[in-house]
Write a protein of this length. Sequence first.
Length: 248
Amino acid sequence: MNAITSPENAIVSREEWLEARRRLLQLEKEETRLRDKVRAERRALPWVRMDKNYVFNAPDGEKRLADLFDGRSQLIVYHFMLGPDWDAGCTGCSFHSDHVDGALVHLNNHDVTYVAVSRAPIEKIEAYRKRMGWKFPWVSSYGSDFNFDFHVSFTPEELASGSVRYNFTEIPREQAHDELPGLSAFYKNEKGEIFHTYSTYARGGEELIGTLMILDRAPFGRNEETTMNFVKRHDEYEQAPEASSCCH
């Protein structure tokens, strides 16, 4: 269990609490309106035609990017941190992935397919998926430029250069790994043309992690020292804490 550091909140009357809660409600309403504005701007982003023919390895054989849509017009790709030489998936990516399976039926019935992509060979992916008990589609981009083109995997030469391009900016080597997380969205029209519509990185996908949204309403919130430092893989909570949430 994560150690709880109790804050020193004021103890007040019910009337004083209601007054403070109403002030917070105004901020929450502002946040909701801003979130609606951001969503509208996200939907209005221009698109980029995908001309490169990426090939992925799935449990049932090779698949092209078009195949990942699985008969639907919209595709969400989660860039899961699991490198070719890693022994297990990133703890933070695993935390995210614990929230996916229950959403699949709703996404699929809304014309959206969800697929995780990692550079690890498919055999390693399948072994880790079995350990975690997940059902969502997960393919390997091993041998493909896909992860590198979407700036979630980095070559030794890039890392040695002192900085890498991540989250639409240059970040120093000290903040980078050979793999980093992200999420990308694609659309396929009736002609079969594919367009890249959106990508987000770093903390950009936090709203997809329901546990964090619930914790944000709990008395002590996330109670974290660094981003998600309290998280472990779901089969490791009786073991010693991980040194980092995003390293193998």
